[in-house]
Design a protein around this ligand. Structure first.
Ligand SMILES: Nc1nc2c(c(=O)[nH]1)N[C@H]1C(S)=C(S)[C@@H](COP(=O)(O)O)O[C@H]1N2
Ligand SMILES: [Mo]
Length: 224
């Protein structure tokens, strides 16, 4: 049923997967998944199921609505700190999308609600030299980047609700990045800070060999 395992076991398994894909190249992935009968065989037929909970640290960040803050800063004219109430007061946006992990599992029809990144950018006013956005997770050392252009796509959001309920802890409470056109590893959970920077750098999984531009089906993921 729904997998709840997390922590060191998953960390070691995911690091091994990243390292093996580096060492063997992408053909290793298709070989492994066909040997196991195809990635779809892993996905349990449970409504809303199919998620694997991924972490890189040995415990998940704990969300306290009283003390939580999101910092938006870096190369901006007006740095901003939002508490949870202020975040929820921003204009709300909704979408229903399929989620794709680069290792081959997908979850269809995920309902997300949250805020457009462009609404945050309008408030902080990026400086002309800002060309990228760094997303820092409270789960150290997970981090990732998008170009400012990618982050400004109409369907990119900071999601605070999933399937009609506040985002659960294991999915990144209180907010995660959602960029449906890219593989899961770009969808940073437990986002605690957003920094405008000059240019993209390698995030956690990119340092292990995955593409920075993680377009589903058009990067070094499972379907390319
Ligand atoms: N902080 C953090 N964010 C993360 C990850 C992680 O390990 N830590 N894993 C990424 C990967 S590879 C995927 S596929 C998705 C999985 O989302 P889920 O854990 O909500 O199923 O989260 C992404 N965001
Ligand atoms: Mo993933």
């Amino acid at each position: 049923m729904e997998e709840r395992k997390y922590g060191r076991g998953v960390f070691l398994a995911t690091v091994a997967a990243g390292v093996s894909s580096l060492a063997w190249g992408r053909s290793a992935w298709s070989h492994v998944s066909s040997a196991l009968g195809g990635a779809e065989a892993f996905v349990p037929l449970v409504p809303g199921g199919g998620w694997r909970i991924y972490t890189v640290a040995d415990h998940m960040p704990v969300f306290d609505p009283e003390t939580w803050q999101l910092r938006v800063g870096g190369l901006v004219q007006e740095p901003l700190t939002l508490d949870y109430g202020a975040l929820r007061a921003l204009p709300r946006t909704n979408q229903v999308r399929t989620f794709h992990c680069v290792t081959g599992w997908t979850v269809q029809d995920v309902h997300w609600s949250g805020v457009h990144l462009t609404d945050l950018f309008d408030r902080v006013k990026p400086l002309p030299e800002a060309g990228a956005v760094q997303f820092v997770s409270a789960e150290v050392p997970y981090v990732d980047y998008l170009s400012l252009r990618q982050a400004s796509l109409a369907d990119v959001m900071l999601a605070y609700e999933m399937n009609g309920k506040p985002l659960p802890q294991e999915h990144g409470a209180p907010i995660r990045l959602v960029i449906p056109e890219m593989y899961g590893y770009k969808n940073v959970k437990w986002v605690s800070e957003i920094r405008l920077v000059r240019q993209p750098e390698d995030g956690y999984w990119e340092q292990l060999g995955y593409d920075r531009d993680a377009w589903v089906g058009r990067s070094n993921g499972y379907s390319s």
